[in-house]
Design a protein around this ligand. Structure first.
Ligand code: CP
Length: 319
């Protein structure tokens, strides 16, 4: 899939004013962002400078939780489009003098932000900021709830390999219960026409009243059968109640993604992982590094292109 001409925004316009959840976007807006991501991926592949669509705009990255991929790819995405990007050094900020997270965000917004990317464990914070700030709020990860730009970059990566998600079977495996990626991926992939499955032990799957329309499997062999994509997830110990490390005991033997277990899926199946990976816990290093099977570093590449598309769309509305 290549998009060499700049895509046009939806005929009804790009009206989303925030990206906190996948459902903040219409179907047309999702397709516009995916096309725009592929357009920007072309610049990145050619190492050509993209249009400075965000020159004169200020982007603030406010990460209250650790991040490598999301924070740095938003940083790079904004800079590639010409924005002034501020990465807030949270650990050295006035948050530690008792300032609330909302007051911190309002203070930064008053410096003239045109967009604010926020990662936090507090699941209601993004909504409060959206109601408080004048600029678009982008969710860079909210507790166990949503990670919409990860889902968009995952979809862009799949499109780069398969051309579409329509008709694909995607098995999301591992610690789905504590994952914000799983929820955003499942919502987006289904809207794009894929069949989604959750695969893992019962105590790592969401409560039975959540995602009731997604099939669940408790064995890799059945869960991966006929899958086109196998998405691994790490154990998110930081979001588990108590010491969740006992859950990792024996997990790899039963649910580890390896060169052997991937053979339960289609011969053409690809493996993905949003990162960070824990080799030997949920995925074997040989599979993660397999140049035929693994799309994991391509996900990182599409992270920059997709975040360029999200920033451009939210700030300029495609005009
Ligand atoms: N996938 C992801 O969100 O990675 P980081 O925590 O490194 O941003």
């Amino acid at each position: 899939m290549t998009v060499s001409e700049r895509p046009s925004p939806p005929s009804s316009g790009f009206s989303a004013r925030r990206l906190i959840a996948i459902d903040d976007l219409s179907d047309d807006e999702i397709h516009y962002i995916l096309n725009l991501a592929e357009y920007y991926a072309g610049y990145l592949k050619r190492a050509a400078p993209p249009p400075r669509r965000l020159a004169g705009k200020t982007q603030i990255n406010l990460f209250f939780e650790d991040s490598t991929r999301t924070n740095l790819s938003f940083d790079l995405a904004g800079k590639k489009l010409g924005a002034d990007v501020i990465n807030v050094p949270v650990s050295a900020s006035s948050v530690h003098k008792g300032e609330t997270l909302v007051d911190t965000a309002q203070t930064l917004s008053a410096m003239g932000a045109h967009v604010m990317i926020v990662r936090a464990k507090e699941e209601g914070l993004h909504k409060t900021l959206d109601e408080t700030l004048d600029c678009p709020v982008v969710n860079g990860g909210a507790g166990k709830l949503e990670h919409p730009t990860q889902a968009l970059l995952d979809a862009a990566t799949i499109c780069s390999e398969f051309g579409t998600l329509e008709g694909l079977t995607i098995a999301i495996c591992g610690d789905i219960k504590h994952s914000r990626v799983a929820g955003s991926d499942a919502r987006l992939f289904r809207r794009l026409g894929a069949q989604v499955r959750f695969v893992g032990p019962e105590n790592l799957l969401p409560d039975s009243n959540q995602f009731t329309d997604i099939s669940r499997f408790h064995a890799l062999k059945e869960g991966l059968d006929s899958a086109d994509i196998v998405m691994g997830l790490r154990m998110q110990f930081e979001r588990m109640e108590g010491d969740g490390r006992a859950l990792a005991q024996g997990f790899f033997d039963e649910f580890g993604l390896t060169q052997e277990t991937i053979s339960y899926a289609k011969p053409s199946a690809r493996v993905m992982h949003p990162g960070p990976m824990n080799r030997g816990v949920e995925i074997d290093g040989a599979l993660a590094d397999d140049p035929e099977r693994s799309l994991i570093l391509r996900q990182v590449f599409y992270g920059v292109a997709t975040r360029m598309a999200c920033l451009d769309a939210l700030i300029t509305k495609g005009i």
